[in-house]
Write a protein that binds this ligand. Structure first.
Ligand code: IMP
Ligand code: MG
Length: 179
């Protein structure tokens, strides 16, 4: 079903220019904190793919590698019964002994990010920190320490710049709220 058949309303929250400024700032923070450390960036698929692609092109510190994780979603349930599984994992040596930065599109309840952290900790990295483009702290159910945040967003459903609603809208260059 195409967009034109729905009543959904997109309202721009951050323009591509504002996003680029936030990405540049985050790249600068990571460059400072990870100088001479050859970090491994781990993008959480699918939502982080555009953010990660832009972020790495703004970073100046050399990266050891760029890896990807995919977690099963827990559907739209609002109860904290979610226990996301890893559907695409890392090789056992990808992060061992490395300084890891997890790249997220949005930290909402925190359930997915905290499951990703648990998975990564088992692979014995030297350190793990979280960098998210969007943080929605009002929805948090599981506490997670987020070290790098692009924007703190209100409790609204968000799409664009890699972030979807039912796989739609990822390609939009700006970030929108969806009514
Ligand atoms: P969690 O609730 O923190 O576990 O969020 C898990 C995932 O849900 C995020 O990585 C997104 O992929 C998705 N998600 C959470 N909030 C939104 C939203 O506002 N728009 C689109 N996807 C979202
Ligand atoms: Mg995600």
């Amino acid at each position: 079903m195409g967009n034109e058949e729905t009543e959904r309303k997109l309202v721009c929250l951050y323009t591509a220019v504002e996003i680029a400024e936030a990405v540049q700032r985050l790249a600068g923070e990571l460059d400072q904190d990870y100088a001479h450390r050859f970090p491994v960036l781990v993008g959480v698929l699918k939502g982080s793919f555009i953010f990660l692609a832009d972020l790495v092109r703004r970073m100046k510190v050399p990266l050891r590698s760029i890896e990807f994780l995919r977690m099963s979603s827990y559907g739209s349930a609002t109860v904290s019964s979610g226990n996301p599984q890893i559907t695409l994992g890392l090789s056992s040596t990808a992060v061992a002994g490395r300084d890891v930065v997890v790249i997220e599109d949005i930290v909402d309840t925190g359930i997915t990010t905290s499951a990703a952290l648990t998975y990564l900790q088992d692979l014995q990295p030297a350190s793990v920190k979280i960098c998210t483009l969007l943080d929605k702290p009002s929805r948090r159910q599981v506490s997670v320490e987020v070290s790098y945040v692009g924007f703190t967003v209100p409790d609204k459903f968000i799409v664009g710049y890699g972030i979807d609603f039912d796989q739609e809208y990822r390609q939009l260059p700006h970030i929108y709220t969806l009514d």
